[in-house]
Design a protein around this ligand. Structure first.
Ligand code: SF4
Length: 289
C-alpha cells in the first residue's frame, strides 16, 4: 500500500483535522486550569485500560490464578489513577470537589466484573494474541488488544470504557464512525496487514468495539467489517493528513468557528482573549517527566 511515511497517533490526526492550532497547543501541553469533564473522564478510563492490559498480559505470561490476577489488576487501576491525579494537581490543575476515593472504588468494582466475565475468553473461542503491542516500531500506535476472533480473523479490539451509562454508550454506530475511533482502527488494520511478523495476510478488514460501562456493569463486543475500497480510500486520505502534519503546511491555521464536535473548544479564551478569561497552564505528559 505504498512507501513508508511518518504516521501520527489517531488522536493527533483528529485534533489536526479539527484545528491545526488546537493540535499545536495540545502538543505543547496547554490545558485549562480548571479540569474539564473530558479530562476527568479520560483519567478514569486510562486507569481502567491499564488494569485490563495488566490482566491480559499476566494471562499471556501464563498466570491462571484468578485471585492474583484480580488483585494485581485492581492495584494497577488504583495506582495509575492516583498517579495521574497527583500529576495534574502538582501541575496546578484544579479538580474542585472530585471524590477520588469514590472513583477508585468504582474502578475496583469494574475490574472485578471485567475479570469475572471478560468476553475475550478462550472458552468463547477468542485467542488474545498481544496486548498494547506497538505496531509502528515507535511505541505510539498500540491497539488495546489484538485477537484472533472465533472466525479465525486477526483483528484489533478497542475498549470504550465509561464510568456510567450515558446516551453515547448506546450509540455504537456513532462510535464506530467517530473520526478518532474509525481512523485508529483502520490504522491498526493497515499496520497489521503490513506487519511482517504476523506471517500471514490478514484475511478480512475487521475490528471490534468492546464497550464497557461500570455502573451498572454492562458490556458489548461488536464486530465491524471494512470493505477493501474504503480501506484503500482511507489510506490515501490518511497519507495526505500525515504529510501535511509533517510538513508544517497548516501551522497557525485556526478553525473558523472554534466549535468542536464536543461543544465549544476549551482553548477559546486562550486563542481569542489573549489569555484573559479562563486561565491556562502547561502540563507535561507523565511519561515525559
Ligand atoms: S479556540 Fe479555535 S483556534 Fe483555538 S484551538 Fe480552539 S478551535 Fe482552534
Amino acid at each position: 500500500m505504498g512507501d513508508t511515511l511518518k504516521t501520527y497517533r489517531p488522536s493527533e490526526v483528529e485534533q489536526y483535522a479539527f484545528c491545526p492550532t488546537y493540535w499545536s497547543l495540545r502538543k505543547e501541553g496547554w490545558t485549562t486550569r480548571i479540569a474539564t469533564k473530558a479530562t476527568v473522564a479520560a483519567m478514569w478510563s486510562t486507569a481502567a485500560h491499564a488494569a485490563f492490559a495488566l490482566y491480559q498480559k499476566m494471562k499471556l505470561d501464563g498466570c491462571t490464578d484468578q485471585a492474583q490476577l484480580l488483585t494485581a489488576a485492581q492495584c494497577e487501576a488504583a495506582q495509575v489513577y492516583v498517579a495521574d491525579f497527583n500529576h495534574y494537581i502538582a501541575a496546578g490543575v484544579n479538580f474542585g470537589t472530585l471524590d477520588t476515593d469514590d472513583a477508585v472504588g468504582d474502578l475496583r468494582k469494574l475490574v472485578a466484573n471485567y475479570t469475572k466475565s471478560c468476553k475475550l475468553d478462550a472458552s468463547r473461542g477468542w485467542q488474545v494474541v498481544s496486548v498494547e503491542e506497538s505496531l509502528d516500531g515507535e511505541g505510539t500506535t498500540r491497539p488495546d488488544v489484538i485477537v484472533r476472533d472465533p472466525d479465525g480473523i486477526l483483528c484489533p479490539v478497542d475498549y470504550k470504557i465509561k464510568r456510567s451509562v450515558n446516551p453515547k454508550w448506546f450509540d455504537h454506530q456513532g462510535w464506530s464512525d467517530d473520526f478518532q475511533y474509525s481512523h485508529k482502527q483502520l490504522n491498526y488494520i493497515y499496520l497489521l496487514q503490513e506487519d511482517e511478523r504476523v506471517g500471514e495476510r490478514v484475511t478480512k478488514n475487521r475490528h471490534y468495539i468492546y464497550a464497557i460501562a461500570a455502573e451498572p456493569f454492562a458490556q458489548t463486543l461488536t464486530a465491524y467489517d471494512i470493505v477493501d475500497n474504503y480501506m484503500a480510500d482511507w489510506y490515501e486520505s490518511a497519507r495526505r493528513y500525515w504529510k501535511r502534519m509533517a510538513s508544517g503546511a497548516d501551522e497557525g491555521i485556526m478553525h473558523p468557528t472554534h466549535k468542536s464536535p464536543y461543544g465549544m473548544c476549551e482553548m477559546l479564551d486562550y486563542c481569542t482573549k489573549g489569555g484573559a478569561g479562563l486561565s491556562y497552564i502547561k502540563v507535561a505528559k507523565r511519561s515525559e517527566e
